[in-house]
Design a protein around this ligand. Structure first.
Ligand code: FPP
Length: 244
């Protein structure tokens, strides 16, 4: 029996978010430049996106470039931007084949113009796809997103606010909160990612570096998730008796 056979098909997370970490360390371990790790990381992005589409996951959010990543050495930032542009161009036919719709969250106005155009083209081209929604977090940070939401609320002169109206001002307003967050590379941090949206998300950490992560590793994370009890602040008894 393979790992995949242990996954309960009707108890899959609707939304998986991933902090793809460890590309640099993977490259260093092989005596290669950091960019080789990012390039290998793209292959993992391809495999995990296809696997999620195949399994029927509704949303996959990938932390591809954080606000803080702008502070990396210029050569790495430039190389990452080129990699993103090349990848999106090269992968659009695969997204079409797998019925995947692309969308982005984050301050994409900070991306180089060429990258913005490529992303807009891909978003438009995949707009009618009805399968997995692939959300790329680009120039994204949660504190930026929350402050940005507050600014819009002030600008609109809104005086009454509750959780659900606040959420409509976040860049994720049309996306359900993640059910499962995966972080690779043995780091136990959230790193300014979806701080509001992760309130009740199940967290899964693995030592595997992102370039080594693969579908079997994803199956392990899903099996682990399916063995948890999500209580949302209730008691275990309430959950098993389905009472309020
Ligand atoms: C973290 O590894 C990874 C990134 C900052 C970039 C992630 C980008 C990709 C996987 C490539 C492009 C992705 C898409 C969606 C096309 P790190 O550099 O922080 O690794 P380290 O902690 O080992 O140094």
């Amino acid at each position: 029996m393979s790992l995949k056979d242990n996954i309960i098909k009707d108890q899959l997370p609707r939304h998986i978010a991933i902090i793809m970490d460890g590309n640099g360390r993977w490259a260093k371990k092989q005596g290669l430049l950091r960019m080789f790790g990012h390039k290998k990381g793209v292959e993992t992005v391809h495999e995990i996106t296809e696997t999620c589409a195949e399994l029927g996951i509704e949303y996959l959010t990938l932390y591809a470039f954080s606000t803080e990543n702008w502070n990396r050495p210029k050569e790495e930032v430039d190389a990452l931007m080129s990699l993103l542009v090349d990848t999106i161009e090269k992968e659009t036919p695969t997204l079409m084949k797998n019925n995947v719709r692309l969308t982005t969250i984050g301050d994409t106005s900070r991306l180089p113009e060429k990258a913005q155009t490529k992303f807009i083209n891909c978003i438009n081209q995949t707009a009618c796809n009805t399968g997995l929604v692939l959300v790329l977090a680009l120039s994204y940070s949660s504190r930026w997103e929350i402050v940005n939401a507050v600014k819009q609320i002030i600008d609109k002169g809104i005086k009454q606010i509750d959780e659900s109206t606040f959420a409509t001002f976040l860049t994720t307003s049309h996306i359900p909160d993640p059910d499962l967050l995966i972080r690779t590379s043995g780091e136990y941090r959230i790193s300014n990612f979806l701080l509001w949206q992760l309130a009740y998300t199940e967290l899964y950490f693995t030592d595997t570096l992102w370039p080594d992560f693969n579908k079997e590793e994803l199956y392990k994370a899903l099996i682990n998730y399916q063995n948890r009890e999500r209580r949302f602040g209730k008691t275990s008894e309430q959950i098993s008796n389905n009472t309020h």
